[in-house]
Ligand binder design. Structure first.
Ligand SMILES: Cc1ncc(COP(=O)(O)O)c(C=O)c1O
Length: 394
């Protein structure tokens, strides 16, 4: 049997390409900004995680360029050996202080951060308990760990307790949730999660990829939003969203972070985050800390967008954040409306099963602090036109 047989037989992507309904891997030939160029056409960007619009900020670009001048372009090795730069450690100190934890550790991607935490912490005598909507990097991380994996229904605290009730008392337990869920933009029920984790002697980790820079008085994320920073044991985040870079970090107690540092295979056996990306993340952190107006703009734009879609009659689920799903509920209809929106000058991300449960197929839209009202209104007009033509709205 040829191991490549499955590749030769795989037809779905080619069929979709030929029918003109293939929405993935489209090259963008401009900066990732509020408007982008795809196939020579300008589109309003509603599919990026660049929530604060910092990818084109002059200070962030300048910091990245200066870092290349000083440190060169590559890290050329693992953090464990030659790859740790002084700016990695500076960034770690700044991040720990910002999110209110003793210590932080920087990884080369957000994905690797989750793999690293899980591979280091999850031993044979442990159980990891995941919300069913947790990000794939958390799920993949559990495959590198040795612990038993259990799941609870999305944000369902009664079900979580039922799952915890079945775990023997001598097991170590880690509960892991997304702070803001990446597809539907709803926020984890942290107050209840904290009560439950105490009741069961478990530890709690929050993946704040979509929350740092967005939620909380100072933008420090979900724990700050609920005033529960001391109660959340581990805060994880990526630099690929509000930080306008690449990479990720985990923050927590110094002893725990030091342990992860020495046992996380995705840290030890992969090259360190390159200097330009470290410097961009550092510069973005400074802006997150000092430029409150930017976060206020993000929330003002978010309200404008959510209300606009609701007024048109679209179902935007339970979102509480700049991630605004437009629930379509069918694979083909989701692709059809995505395609029409592209024609009408708007970029969105179609999300179908199995990434979302059947019936929850959606267009994922996400708002930036730097969108203008004119751009958002243009996008609402396109949604109205496409929605009426395909009878998604009346
Ligand atoms: C909730 C969540 N966690 C982790 C990741 C992985 O981060 P990155 O894309 O920066 O590797 C993502 C990004 O897709 C995410 O949405």
């Amino acid at each position: 049997m040829d191991i490549f047989k499955k590749c030769y037989e795989f037809q779905e992507a080619e069929k979709a390409r030929q029918s003109g309904y293939y929405p993935y891997f489209h090259p963008v030939s401009s900066a990732e900004d509020t408007e982008i160029i795809v196939d020579g056409k300008a589109l309003v960007m509603l599919g990026s995680n660049n929530y604060l619009g910092l990818t084109t900020h002059p200070e962030v670009k300048k910091a990245a360029k200066e870092a290349v001048e000083v440190y060169g372009t590559g890290s050329c090795g693992s953090r464990f050996l030659n790859g740790t730069l002084d700016i990695h450690e500076e960034l770690e100190r700044e991040l720990a202080e910002f999110v209110g934890k003793e210590s932080a550790l920087v990884f080369s991607t957000g994905y690797q951060t989750n793999l690293g935490i899980m591979s280091a912490l999850l031993g044979r005598n442990d159980v990891v308990v995941l919300d069913k909507w947790d990000h794939a990097s958390i799920v993949d991380g559990t495959r590198l760990g040795m612990a038993e994996v259990k799941r609870f229904k999305h944000n369902d605290m009664d079900h979580l307790k039922k799952v915890l009730d079945q775990i023997p008392k001598d097991k170590g337990i880690l509960i892991v949730v997304d702070g803001v869920f990446s597809m539907e933009g709803d926020i984890a029920n942290l107050p209840e999660l904290v009560k439950i984790k105490k009741e069961y002697g478990a530890r709690l980790m929050v993946d704040d990829a979509h929350s740092v820079g967005i939620l909380g008085e100072n933008g420090a994320g979900t724990a700050e939003h609920f005033g529960l920073t001391d109660e959340v044991d581990l805060i994880m985040c990526t630099f690929s969203k509000s930080f306008a870079s690449l990479g990720g970090f985990v923050a927590g107690e110094a002893k725990v972070i030091d342990y992860i540092k020495h046992f996380a295979r995705p840290m030890i056996f992969s090259a360190a985050l390159p200097p330009a990306q470290v410097a961009a993340a550092k510069a973005s952190l400074q802006i997150i800390k000092t430029d409150r107006k930017r976060r206020e703009n993000l929330w003002e734009n978010t309200r404008f967008w959510q209300e606009g879609l609701k007024k048109l009659g679209f179902d935007i689920g339970e979102t509480q954040t700049p991630i605004v799903p437009v629930i379509i509920g069918d694979d083909m209809l989701t692709f059809a409306i995505w395609k029409k929106l592209m024609e009408y000058g708007v970029y969105t991300n179609p999300v179908i099963t199995p990434a979302v449960p059947p019936g929850r197929q959606l267009l994922r839209t996400s708002i930036m602090a730097t969108h203008t009202k004119e751009q958002l209104q243009r996008a609402l007009d396109a949604f109205e036109k496409a929605g009426k033509e395909l009878e998604v709205i009346k």
